[in-house]
Design a binder for this molecule. Structure first.
Ligand code: IVH
Length: 697
């Protein structure tokens, strides 16, 4: 298949032989091993190419050609079952546009000899489930056998496994005929498929032998049904939809239409898809194809198309069959959700939070209704497991709203020896070190403040109320500032003047003034708030406070070794390493310096051991509104001096600091004889002894 552009095209005989060999190979991978190497659409393409050659050169048709055997092979591991009534296949309408439905209606009308003035034909429109066909045999109302379709004549007895499917009734109501074969599709829901693969990945990661992940829900379902150990099959969550019937004996009142049949099956306890509907004439079929196509992504399971069936059984009989395919039914597909393409490059993208994601750049390919040029490889482990390399031919899948992903590589088609993918050790956006922490799957850029990819996130984090608090600097404004290119890093914010803000779109003068004032106000902050605002991974508010208390000064934190950081309460190895790496990035240090140069200031002190803690051991309660300080600021000051700030007054309270409109807490303090201070009194207490050289960098 590696077509050499300069070679002679192969003779039809050689090409047919080649195609037969390929189709045999892929049919074996698909039906027997449940490990397909190529998407169905590609298999179909090869199949049709062979059909076309054989049609043009009938002398090339061999009895063993895959075109002569529709369906799969019977596995020797399960007992073969001869179907009392053959399990048919359906003809496919290849035009995937909704209007393709008209071709079927036209064929039906022609075959029935109807003219334009005749009334519309009634159809049943159903979903085409993407699972595997199953025949369930009930005798005297009891499930006695479940068989796969096999080649349509002979399938496999998989009764023990199918009995584990909760949706398959084991016993039918008394009005069911004594012999009844119900046909339908066994499938796996998408969420259950994801969960199963998640479990499989965990098993593989834990070193389990012989485990694998599944390519798609259909293969997972097929694997479960063909599982020789039914205990394992029972753990695979399968579902069932009924859509047809086989042998029926002793039916007193057989229905006259497909639709009535489905309603009966439903009444007997079989799941019938709720979308199933009566449709009169071609327009109704077109509308159904359109409606289901629009909802397809939201269904909890995969469908690959819809099926139209002539409703009246008498008309079905009249229409009959062409070879094994009924003329009264057609499968109308949607664009395939899997396609083959080649990998042009493997890029690494950096997300808003600094997460590095490997992404395969693809030769454009039409999948699931859109042209796809990128597919995620999720993370380093996934990329390695799939072993995707530049130049590889891969299967891409786009199902539902999920981002397209590379399912697998066709290793046979690899040309030469492209190098395996490795995750870069530096951020492709800003050049900072990329770190993968123990126990995590993702690499992250450590240049949080500097990295272009993380700009918006970093600014919003810094500006939030619990950090330095820049009032009015929200999502929209940050978006605007960054997208306009006026703010690249945090210090840029402080360098922007009133005019810069006022010239932004949708920014009134008053708002511009407010934001400039808010920026000015935010310059007077505290060390814990500033530290928290830097957005160092794993450094939350509590850790920031502990760090500030322990080291007293920012420079000491920036220069601390991992060992020194480990001495801080609540700081473990992961946190210590994260802080150390953060301040190890020259860019991050640079941003901190620039912020100080812009006028950001806070009180600094001595490291905890030596710092004067004039209020150590004292408990304060704050109540009311203070004249100059906010409640948070007062708390920060008291805590920095070693005091504890409690929420309610008790005998253990040393001081209550009361502002305007102080209520019950003040009354309680007076009742208990606890000392009461105002803001000035509290500030006096803090001043003794006065803090050493308050640093305003
Ligand atoms: S009817 C003649 N209805 O599609 C009717 N088949 O090639 C026989 N399928 O193997 C089948 N959804 O597994 C029918 N609503 C539906 C279906 C459906 C999925 C599958 C079935 C069969 C294949 C037809």
């Amino acid at each position: 298949m590696t077509d050499d552009l300069f070679a002679e095209p192969p003779s039809p005989a050689a090409r047919a032989a080649d195609l037969r060999a390929q189709l045999h190979h892929h049919a074996h991978r698909y039906y027997t091993l449940d490990e397909p190497e190529i998407p169905d659409a590609e298999y179909d393409r090869l199949f049709r190419e062979l059909q076309a050659i054989e049609a043009a050169h009938p002398e090339l048709l061999t009895p063993d050609s895959p075109t002569q055997r529709v369906g799969g092979r019977v596995l020797d591991m399960f007992t073969p079952v001869r179907h009392a009534v053959p399990m048919l296949s359906i003809n496919t309408e290849t035009d995937t546009e909704p209007s393709g439905a008209r071709n079927f209606d036209a064929r039906v009308r022609r075959a029935l000899g109807l003219s334009e003035s005749d009334p519309p034909v009634d159809y049943v429109a159903e979903l085409k489930f993407d699972g595997l066909a199953m025949s369930l045999r009930y005798e005297d109302g009891v499930l006695v056998q479940a068989a796969t379709r096999g080649d349509g004549e002979v399938g496999e007895d998989v009764t023990t496994n199918v009995r584990t499917i909760a949706q398959v009734p084991l016993r039918l109501p008394a009005d069911a005929p004594p012999v009844l074969e119900v046909r339908g599709e066994v499938y796996m829901r998408r969420d259950q498929f994801e969960a199963l693969n998640e479990k499989q990945r965990a098993k593989i990661a834990a070193g389990a032998k012989g485990e694998k992940t599944f390519v798609n829900p259909r293969n997972a379902a097929a694997g479960a049904v063909r599982q020789l150990d039914s205990r394992i099959a029972a753990q695979r969550p399968l579902s069932f939809f009924a859509y047809s019937w086989g042998e029926v004996q002793g039916d007193d009142a057989p229905p006259a239409t497909q639709y009535e049949w489905l309603m009966r099956l439903k009444a007997w306890g079989f799941p019938v898809a709720e979308q199933t509907t009566l449709a009169s004439g071609a327009d109704a079929l077109v509308a159904f194809h359109q409606r289901i196509g629009a909802d397809r992504d939201r269904l909890p399971y995969d469908i690959d198309g819809v099926v139209y069936k002539v409703n009246a059984l008498a008309l079905q009989k009249q229409l009959g069959f062409v070879t094994r395919e009924p003329r009264w039914a057609v499968a109308h597909k949607y664009p395939a959700q899997e396609q083959l393409t080649t990998v042009l490059a493997i890029d690494v993208q950096v997300g808003r939070t600094g997460k590095l994601t490997p992404v395969a750049k693809l030769a454009p390919v039409f999948v699931g209704g859109v042209t796809v040029t990128n597919a995620t490889l999720h993370n380093e482990d996934e990329a390695r497991r799939k072993d995707v390399r530049v130049g590889d031919t891969v299967i891409v899948r786009r199902a539902g709203d999920v981002i397209p992903e590379v399912v697998s590589v066709l290793v046979d088609k690899r040309v030469g020896e492209p190098v395996p993918f490795t995750m870069p050790r530096t951020c492709p956006v800003c050049g900072s070190e990329a770190v993968r922490e123990e126990g995590e799957v993702d690499f992250r850029c450590s240049g949080g403040l500097f990295c272009g990819a993380q700009r918006k996130q970093a600014i919003l984090h810094f500006a939030q109320r619990r950090a330095v608090e820049i009032e009015g600097l929200g999502d929209k404004l940050v978006e605007q500032l960054v997208d306009a290119g006026v703010v690249k890093t945090l210090p840029d914010l402080y360098r922007l003047g009133l005019t810069a803000f006022a010239t932004l779109d949708r920014m009134a003068d008053k708002s511009a003034q407010n934001i400039v004032a808010a920026l000015e106000k935010s310059k007077y902050t505290t060390l814990p708030r500033f530290l928290f605002g830097l957005g160092i991974r794993h450094v939350g508010e509590a850790t920031a406070k502990e760090l500030a208390r322990h080291f007293g000064q920012l420079n000491r934190i920036m220069d601390a070794s991992v060992e020194q950081l480990l001495e801080v309460d609540d700081v473990g190895p992961v946190v210590a390493q994260s802080i150390h790496t953060f301040f190890g990035q020259p860019h991050n240090r640079e941003v901190v310096e620039q912020l100080r140069a812009c006028g950001l200031t806070w009180q600094e002190g001595e490291p905890a051991e030596r710092a004067p803690q004039p209020l150590a051991g004292k408990t304060f309660v704050l109540t009311g509104t203070f004249p100059t300080l906010s409640r948070d600021q007062a708390r920060d000051l008291l805590e920095a001096a070693g005091a504890k700030v409690a929420g309610s007054v008790s005998k253990k309270t040393d001081y209550v600091v009361a502002g305007a409109e102080a209520g019950s807490k003040l009354e309680k303090a007076q009742a208990l004889g606890v000392a009461v201070l105002d803001e000035a009194g509290m500030l006096d207490l803090l001043k003794t002894p006065p803090p050493e050289n308050p640093v305003t960098a």
